[in-house]
Design a protein around this ligand. Structure first.
Ligand code: XIL
Length: 366
């Protein structure tokens, strides 16, 4: 019967199509697709001078939904000259982000390092320094209002014991609040809130990510600020990791206690640097261990709803700061190799983002 024949043929054809669809591997999602589904931002630090490099720009826009200028919103770039504000390179970052549907994190308004010589080498009075800082926060945040959704207002203000560090802004000579503990940090947050009430305001710190004296001090500052209604919205955990026995469990504990105070946590500068031998080669086991650490940090973040962004400090080993920072002894700290090929660490992050927040118990606190 021609009819029976044709329906059989049709069924055969259909099942072939179904089987072929099942067998052909669907393209793996990008980090940003997996992150969208996990309701978390996945970002990276960027250098706009590299946007013209096709592999750099295409990897960046394909994989990430957030960018942060690695240097070009810092004082030494924006205020290279005392009399002018130079927003050109920061604007390049914003334009790239807008063209690719990415969020921009701002970094950083108040830091004891990476300031221009005209600021650090002249003996300003505290009153003049206070005016300069107020003006800086105001002008920069207003320029980027509506474009930069979150700012590292104060960066690395504490030493390893959790004490306020000596710095230009605190006591050398400071903005008039030297000897008053965290008062200068508080002042910066108040000015930032006035300048852009919509922006999320973060305190960003290194080596206070697990449970230690520095993270205890950050916790105390946030608690105090929240109690007294000083406008703070989040804590940035830098996470430049060089210890391959790193304990991510303590990071999860710290994130949970910060989130319980009602602030967000962003992982802001994650990289895991590896020792290099004389030929600049790493041990293969180290690459595996590195991937495990990346995985554990992503898991620590996703365990708490208060952890809303995971950002790496660059994405290709071609342009990581670790080389110069370690004087060539460490490297290969990021997710893509120098040829933009994904490493084990990339696959580990993608895996964890794809698992998402599903491990969370119903009713888990932020
Ligand atoms: C680093 C940049 O990666 C380098 O390009 C620059 O030369 C020095 O600063 N903590 C921070 C970042 O908050 O701003 C630093 O970035 C790395 C440490």
């Amino acid at each position: 019967m021609p009819d029976t024949m044709s329906s059989l043929t049709l069924r055969l054809m259909l099942s072939t199509v179904v089987l072929a669809t099942l067998a052909s591997p669907s393209p793996a999602p990008s980090l940003r697709e997996a992150a969208d589904r996990a309701s978390v931002l996945v970002g990276t630090a960027v250098r706009p001078s590299q946007f013209a490099e096709l592999a750099y720009a295409s990897t960046l826009s394909r994989e990430f939904n957030m960018v942060e200028p690695e240097d070009v919103m810092k004082w030494w770039v924006v205020r290279a000259n005392a009399d002018t504000f130079d927003f050109r390179q920061g604007d390049d970052v914003v334009h790239f982000a807008q063209a690719h549907g990415m969020n921009v994190r701002g970094h950083c308004l108040v830091w004891g390092r990476d300031n221009p010589a005209w600021l650090t080498q002249v003996q300003f009075t505290s009153a003049r320094l206070s005016d300069l800082l107020h003006e800086h926060i105001n002008k920069v945040m207003k320029h980027y209002a509506g474009q930069v959704f979150a700012w590292d207002v104060v960066n690395e203000a504490l030493d390893e014991n959790g004490k306020v560090r000596d710095s230009l802004w605190f006591n050398q000579p400071g903005i008039g609040l030297a000897g008053k503990g965290t008062a200068y940090i508080e002042q910066a947050f108040r000015w930032a809130h006035e300048a852009d009430p919509q922006a999320l305001l973060f305190y960003n710190e290194a080596e206070g990510e697990g449970m230690n004296r520095k993270s205890d001090a950050i916790y105390a500052i946030v608690k105090d600020f929240k109690t007294r209604r000083v406008p703070i919205d989040g804590v940035g955990l830098q996470l430049h990791i060089s210890n391959l026995n790193f304990d991510a469990g303590a990071v999860a504990t710290n994130i949970a206690r910060l989130a319980a105070l009602g602030v967000q946590v962003h992982i802001t500068e994650l990289d895991v640097s590896l020792p290099l031998d004389a030929r600049e080669v790493t041990h293969p086991d180290d690459l595996t261990r590195q991937a495990e650490i990346y995985r554990a940090i992503v898991r620590a973040c996703l365990q708490s709803r208060g952890c809303t962004a995971i950002q790496t400090w660059g994405f290709t080993d071609k342009y990581s700061w670790i080389g110069s920072h370690s004087h060539g002894t460490c490297g290969q700290a990021l997710l893509f190799d120098r040829s933009y090929q994904p490493k084990q660490s990339y696959r580990a992050i993608l895996d964890e983002l794809s698992t998402g927040r599903s491990g969370l118990q119903q009713g888990t606190k932020p």
